[in-house]
Design a protein around this ligand. Sequence first.
Ligand code: GDP
Ligand code: ZN
Length: 304
Amino acid sequence: MFTEDETSNVRCSLRGKFKKDFNLKKDKLYQMDIAVVGDYVDYNLNDDGTGTIYSIEKRNNYISRKAPKVKGSSYRGERLEQILASNIDNFFIITSIFAPVFNNKVVDRFLVIGESAGLNCYIIINKEDLDQENLLSDWENIYTKIGYKVIRTSAKNGIGIKELKDLFNGKKNIFWGQSGVGKSSLLNKIFSELNLKTKLVSTYNDKGTHSTVTSTLFKVGNNTYVIDTPGVREIDPYGIRHEDLGHYFKEFLPFLKNCKFNTCTHNHEPGCAVLEAVENEKIFPERYDSYLRLLETIEQDIHF
Ligand code: GDP
Ligand code: ZN
């Protein structure tokens, strides 16, 4: 954990009571994580210089996904919520146009996660140097029209780096995307331009039997932080009801209130204003297609 004046790092463990409560509640547990990157905590400093966390402040927001299915993680096979980071301002969804090829379905899943957490979402399309035919423009147009800021970058030739740096400033930023898209390359590029030594201020490693995700928080300037989250394969948004999913596709919002049924899932229902908007080309078919796929895969989670 980082100290209040942010000049040093204290290695902390959780007070026994937390762990005990956590284990006791396992049956009814919805979340797997006690403390996550980005949390503000109170701790006692021990004689040996380590700390013991005794309370965690309420989170303003947090980003999570469904934890991978693990045998024994819950007794009815429900999926738990895995929190990756908390108290975030900006969510940067990192993609690449090639290698790996741009996948809008994946982007839309990340967007649902970001929108449902109430974050500022940005889409970075990296490796633009590989985009000989300017395929990037089509995606850029779609997401820009919806109202997202799209930043085209190349960690290789430096495009977009300055813009990213400016967006980072004074904020707590999270970087997330599939592996191989260039997250580390981009961060290295920005840091070296800033000419700052990146300082590890907090790591959290869930060492359970489930797949390991270690997010790392770096301080990169005045009140400026970057949380690097390793690429993940599974990114199912957690805790979203079928009838709420449409709220996290922001271009659907103006139409939702005109659906005949307020529990409309915009799938087959008569009098659905979203379906009508798709037919009238007011909603991109690519996005509607993503919506339908997500609608199929979101499961009713444990506490519904
Ligand atoms: P991460 O898994 O998202 O952290 O991705 P890395 O930063 O490790 O990059 C994965 C691969 O893509 C590496 O071989 C990088 O050299 C390459 N790469 C990253 N950014 C770019 C870019 O802008 N252009 C090109 N051509 N390759 C890149
Ligand atoms: Zn509808």
